[in-house]
Design a protein around this ligand. Structure first.
Ligand code: NOJ
Length: 741
């Protein structure tokens, strides 16, 4: 069945590149010093055209005779997205065997949350709060991707995003630098494995560097304004953590950053990335971002764009051709320092050596994407299961007993394979298992009546309502699969309204009238606002776009095979008018009181028409059991700068189900030389507690974790700190300690 998909039709091209005389056997990986020597030797022989060719990346294309000739001439350093296995073999053969210097191409592709096996969208993966599982999923993705001859993925996206209007919030890890850093590092490690030159490893790409997620008004590609301390404490944090984890490449972002485009930004690309972080890998631009320096108003023409892009620190230009078109002239005119070109080429060649492309890997024969293995599907099912966030469960309506009787399955997302895969799904949809299929399989088809009510998530028509209402009448419980289709999130998919699209709310209103127990399962690429719907149903399970195995994971959760343990990686607003809303904000001089709506609250920081609090806070999620948290205990009343303390609390499973809990550690510095956020998450841990079991959960808190930036300077300031061990960012009573010099 799988081979009927075009991607799988071109089965195993069997062209063996047998004897490439200028390629070594690759039995022993070169040492870093040997690699540098080889790079020196190559650069010494390269013409300016060959250098600018290395700095150019294009979409793979059809591999026409013209394309082949260009590869032979060294016109391209990298091809991305597309190419059959046979074309990849042929293009690489030409590069290695027929180009003057035998420099291999590096093949790239956007493998964002899996290739053949689609995992939950990254925002859903972040909701698992399980970096080890995220690493395993990325390992699966690396194996599947490497088998197709791709060496490099444009992932992970680690843009901190605090605005659910922004469609690309789906592709990242949410609002918090600590959670996003842990997830980003896990994905990088998963892709790159123990060694970059292993046949099943691919190079990761930390993107989009930097500030892309802070687009004003949540409109894609729009400008962020980010002061340096916030940039460093929040937006750069996952990029820095990825640097420390050895990420092989960075992608410069589309956006302006404080009025200097990120793709020509010498401050972030040279000062921070190179000088401070000592990064020696490759920086690629985003798609045509160098040419876009012109509409940004930062370059007058292509020539200036090339000059500013290279000077700014972007080494490989994706798709636009300003480097190629003007680089030679700029060097000849002495406007562009040839050393900058050599540095860029050096970094590009280095990643090719590190990946082993000059050696065994260049000889590898790519195949079609392999079908998902049983293990891969199991990992996908587990990650989808852990990503589910239970937001409401009145009177324990969930879980349903296996003996529930008849279930009515309603809604546009109950049986849409392509939509449950979410944005950037790379693999074919046919292997996806929908909730409807999984429920039929588990309960027996005669226990499930299906009436979608709407054709798709945006459908405004009411034609299907009567059948849905009819289906509900004869049912013992109702499952409503609501949310957004895959095309409503991702790149260039910002929304100004965050409500359930189409006539979904009206469908819920029609269906709940029968008075049956109703459960809403929401699949979406972002936080949605669904206050009215939540008020009408007994339970809400937030499933994001859960990927290939979303259906079985959701069915298992609904039937109580496990207790949901996902937690929100991002704050959910009550209404779009509260946006941006995030937990680690600064206080005001007039913070609102608990209710926010009392008369005595008049001159306080609040709204007249809605509470100032979110609908659901960062870190929040319910379970099928309850957890009780004891007071946090600090090992010492004082911590020295440079030292550490431990903070612990007893966490008890006080209900009747075995379950995982995500225990979260937060601090607040009460006074410092810069105002400090009301809370900042420092650590978290997933613990499993049987019903009735309790455990003391202990965190080590180092003073370095309390540091913050004053401009470029990282400081740790003595003072009084509150500390929480809590189930979410708004819960708990704090303990206290003092940081002393
Ligand atoms: C544009 C997107 O912003 C980026 O994330 C992606 O990797 C490139 N296109 C390449 O497809």
């Amino acid at each position: 069945m799988r081979s009927s998909h075009p991607k799988f039709r071109n089965i195993r091209a069997v062209v063996l590149i047998a004897a490439l005389a200028n390629v070594s056997s690759g039995l022993r990986a070169a040492t870093p010093a040997e690699i540098e020597k080889k790079i020196d030797a190559l650069i010494a022989r390269m013409t300016i055209d060959e250098k600018l060719g290395q700095m150019s990346q294009r979409v793979f294309g059809d591999l026409t005779d013209k394309d082949k000739e260009e590869i032979r001439q060294g016109r391209w350093g990298s091809l991305y997205g597309g190419g059959t296995p046979a074309q990849k073999i042929e293009a690489q053969r030409i590069a290695l065997k027929e180009s003057r210097l035998g420099i291999p191409l590096i093949y790239a592709q956007d493998v964002i949350h899996g290739l053949s096996t689609t995992f939950p969208i990254p925002l859903g993966q972040a909701a698992s709060w399980d970096p080890e599982l995220v690493r395993q999923a990325a390992r699966v993705a690396a194996r599947e991707t490497a088998a197709t001859g791709i060496h490099w993925t444009f992932s992970p996206m680690m843009d901190i995003a605090r605005d659910p209007r922004w469609g690309r919030i789906a592709e990242g890890f949410g609002e918090d630098p600590q959670l996003a850093s842990r997830m980003a590092v896990a994905m990088v490690r998963g892709y790159q494995g123990d060694r970059l030159d292993a046949p099943d490893s691919i190079a990761a790409c930390a993107k989009h560097y930097v500030g892309y997620g802070a687009a004003e008004a949540g409109r894609d590609y729009n400008t962020p304004w980010i002061p340096e301390n916030l940039l460093r404490d929040v937006y750069l944090a996952p990029f820095q953590a990825s640097r420390e984890a050895g990420v092989a490449s960075y992608m410069s972002a589309f956006n302006d950053l404080n009025a200097v485009p990120a793709s020509a930004n010498a401050f972030t690309l040279r000062e921070v990335l190179r000088d401070e972080w000592k990064y020696d890998g490759l920086v690629v631009s985003d798609y045509t971002a160098i040419a876009e320096l012109i509409p940004h108003g930062y370059a007058a023409d292509g020539e200036q764009a090339a000059l500013k892009g290279i000077r700014g620190g972007v080494e490989m230009e994706m798709v636009s051709t300003e480097y190629w078109d003007y680089g030679k002239k700029l060097v000849a005119n002495k406007q562009l320092d040839p050393k900058l070109v050599d540095e860029a080429v050096r970094d590009i060649l280095r990643i090719k050596f590190r990946l082993g492309l000059f050696d065994a890997r260049g000889l590898a024969t790519p195949a079609a994407a392999p079908p998902p293995t049983a293990d891969a599907l199991e990992t996908a099912r587990k990650l989808a299961a852990e990503s589910l966030v239970l937001l409401k469960n009145e009177n324990g309506v969930l879980p349903l007993a296996q003996s529930v009787g008849k279930i009515a399955v309603i809604g546009p997302l109950a049986d849409s394979k392509i939509d449950q895969l979410g944005t950037w799904s790379a693999g074919p949809a046919d292997t996806a298992v929908t909730p409807l299929a999984a429920l039929r399989e588990t309960l027996g088809a005669n226990h499930v009546v299906y009436a979608p009510g709407l054709k798709n998530s945006r459908d405004e028509g009411h034609d299907g309502f009567a059948a849905a209402v009819e289906a509900v009448r004869g049912a013992d419980a109702v499952l409503l699969f609501l949310g957004e289709d895959a095309g409503l999130s991702g790149e260039a998919s910002s929304r100004a309204y965050l409500d359930l699209p189409g006539a979904q709310e009206a469908l819920v209103t029609a269906v709940v009238q029968a008075g049956k127990p109703c459960i809403a399962v929401i699949m979406a690429g972002r936080p949605l606002t669904f206050h009215n719907v939540a008020g009408k149903v007994g339970a809400v399970l937030y499933a994001w776009h859960p990927g290939t195995m979303g259906g079985p994971a959701i069915a298992d959760a609904i039937l109580g095979k496990f207790a949901p343990s996902g937690r929100l990686p991002v704050t959910f607003p009550r209404t779009v008018g509260q946006v941006p809303i995030y937990y680690d904000h600064l206080n005001t001089g007039r913070p609102a009181a608990e209710t926010g709506l009392a008369a005595e609250d008049k001159f306080r920081s609040k709204y007249l028409d809605v509470s100032f609090t979110p609908e659901y806070p960062f870190g929040f999620g319910l379970s099928y059991t309850t957890f009780a948290y004891g007071q946090p205990h600090v090992s010492a009343a004082q911590m020295r700068v440079g030292g550490s303390i431990t903070v612990s609390a007893e966490v008890a499973n006080t209900g009747h189900a075995d379950a995982d809990e995500i225990v979260q550690l937060y601090t607040r510095q009460l006074a410092a030389s810069l105002s400090r956020p009301v809370r900042e998450m420092r650590d978290f841990r997933r613990v499993h507690l049987k019903a009735g079991e309790k455990q003391t959960v202990e965190f080590t808190l180092k003073s370095s974790a309390l540091a913050f930036h004053k401009g470029a300077q990282l400081v740790t300031e003595p003072g009084t700190f509150q500390v929480w061990i809590a189930p979410d960012s708004s819960a708990g009573t704090p303990g206290q300690f003092v940081l002393v010099p």
